[in-house]
Design a protein around this ligand. Structure first.
Ligand SMILES: *Cc1c(COP(=O)(O)O)cnc(C)c1O
Length: 484
């Protein structure tokens, strides 16, 4: 049998295809504001995307043509200036190039003496500087906020349990460990508690005030009750930027409670932590620096292409103690390929890791943190502007205070019931999405169905916000005329 490899037989053709790919990427991104935000995936496309495992080769060109026909035209939409759903960043062209370069180099960034290890370490160092964590703290780049949170909570559990959890598991625990957070906390914290063996019942979901922030008095009361009844409180999770409304928990009070009761102070800042860099939020968010750990995303407000998130742990030794493991096939040497830095696998669960650091490294260098900060400020201002337009229009109702860049509103008419208003706004949202005008998402606040807008995109302009308001009113009227 002739020896083969998976490299192209004709490098010249592959080079041509590569140039075409780059041209198409640039065309896509520089025209993105002029196409609909979203198109439904047609059934015919779904059918071709469910065919069986290919047995025989197709030329690279043909594969690419199929991508252009079936995949590219039906995007999620989050690179578009009028994508406002969930909490999603928009990516950048250089970030996309970085992913191409990272894949071409294809290092497994976990162990060894090679450049990607140093890039990864440098990006972690920058992340510490972003959050005001000391140089002596440690950090890990992960796929996103969910992984960042579970990594931090693993360290918190092991450190605060008071016995060797790694050896004895939770069977060694003299009392059930409990964790505190608000009812508005992201579901990944609950999932993490399940996976860590604590179980949902060990998560005390504390109520929130009118601004959707954790009620401090209730938090402290619950801790005292748990102590009296034989539980073992170990951690409070504060959120900077809840997914529903962008609320920021009172960090200073939570820090003080953690100090009083010797609990781990963790911050889920997946969405909102980057606002720490802005003048308007600097004071309020400076207490992030007092946390034992913080999780935040690089693929949200920092605009790295998916996926990239970061977790920082104040005490490097405590972090390492939760994950270090040295099997014989992964020994680190003083020199040679297996030399260099402390293996990254000593700081998290994953062994194989991609070179996600490169897209962050290139993006931070390309723009500098000052420009990236101005981008965040711009989104905060756009959210304020949207809030103002909503309160000025009698047809619209602002449904929650604006703390960051999430705005919840609904279309409202005199004399309609809550359930009629809910049905109307559900239809309004679907019309906005299906027409390709804009893609907000939804939430329910106090029983009311709300259109939820999260402005996190560096491509969004004030005119996009104004168009959203005008179209919401127009479509809202047309629906309410029809049901009358
Ligand atoms: C997005 C988000 C998460 C989850 O992060 P992923 O990057 O999606 O895994 C957790 N918490 C908050 C507050 C978030 O906004």
């Amino acid at each position: 049998m002739k020896e083969q490899s998976l490299d192209p037989e004709n490098w010249h053709q592959m080079r041509k295809l590569g140039h075409q790919v780059i041209d198409d990427v640039i065309d896509l991104l520089c025209n993105i504001g002029h196409v609909p935000v979203w198109n439904e995936v047609p059934q015919e496309v779904k059918n071709t995307l469910s065919t069986d495992l290919p047995q025989f080769p197709t030329t690279a060109n043909d594969v690419y043509v199929e991508f252009l026909r079936t995949i590219l035209p039906y995007p999620k939409g989050n690179i578009h200036p009028r994508f406002f759903a969930w909490v999603q960043g928009g990516g950048t062209p250089l970030g996309a190039f970085a992913d191409l370069l990272a894949s071409a180099m294809n290092p497994n960034v976990t162990i060894g003496e090679h450049s990607a290890m140093y890039v990864d370490q440098q990006v972690v160092k920058w992340c510490k500087q972003l959050m005001g964590f000391p140089e002596t703290s440690s950090g890990l780049l992960v796929s996103g906020g969910s992984m960042a949170n579970i990594t931090a909570l693993t360290v918190a559990r092991n450190h605060k349990a008071g016995y060797d959890v790694r050896t004895n598991g939770l069977y060694g625990s003299p009392a059930a460990l409990v964790l505190y957070c608000s009812v508005e906390t992201h579901s990944c914290v609950l999932k993490a508690a399940e996976i860590l063996g604590l179980g949902k019942n060990s998560v005390r979901l504390i109520g929130v005030d009118k601004q959707y922030r954790i009620k401090i008095k209730d938090l402290e009361k619950q801790i005292q009750t748990d102590l009296k009844t034989g539980f073992s409180p170990f951690c409070v999770v504060a959120t900077v930027g809840t997914v529903n409304t962008g609320a920021i928990d009172p960090l200073k009070s939570i820090r003080d409670i953690c100090r009083t009761y010797q609990l781990w102070f963790h911050i889920d800042g997946a969405y909102g932590a980057p606002a720490k860099l802005t003048g308007s939020h600097k004071q309020r968010l400076r207490y992030i620096e007092d946390a034992d750990s913080v999780a935040f995303d690089l693929h949200k407000w920092f605009q790295a292409p998916y996926e990239a998130g970061c977790v920082l742990i104040k005490d490097q030794e405590v972090h390492r103690a939760a994950f270090s493991f040295t099997p014989k096939y992964l020994m680190n040497e003083m020199e040679g390929l297996a030399g260099g830095l402390d293996p990254i696998t000593n700081y998290g669960f994953e062994l194989s890791r991609g070179f996600k650091a490169l897209k962050v490294w290139m993006s931070f260098k390309e723009h500098g943190i000052k420009k990236i900060t101005r981008q965040i400020v711009q989104n905060l201002r756009q959210a304020k502007h949207l809030g103002l337009l909503i309160t000025r229009n009698p047809e619209l109702e602002l449904m929650a205070p604006i703390s960051l860049s999430i705005v919840c509103y609904r279309f409202i008419r005199q004399g309609i019931s809550q359930s009629e208003a809910n049905a109307l706004n559900r239809e309004l949202l679907i019309k906005l999405q299906v027409s390709g005008i804009a893609s907000p998402s939804s939430t329910i606040l106090g029983g009311a169905y709300c259109i939820r807008v999260c402005i996190l995109n560096h491509r969004t302009k004030t005119s996009d916000i104004e168009l959203l308001v005008a179209q919401s009113i127009k479509i809202g009227y047309s629906i309410s005329e029809a049901i009358k």
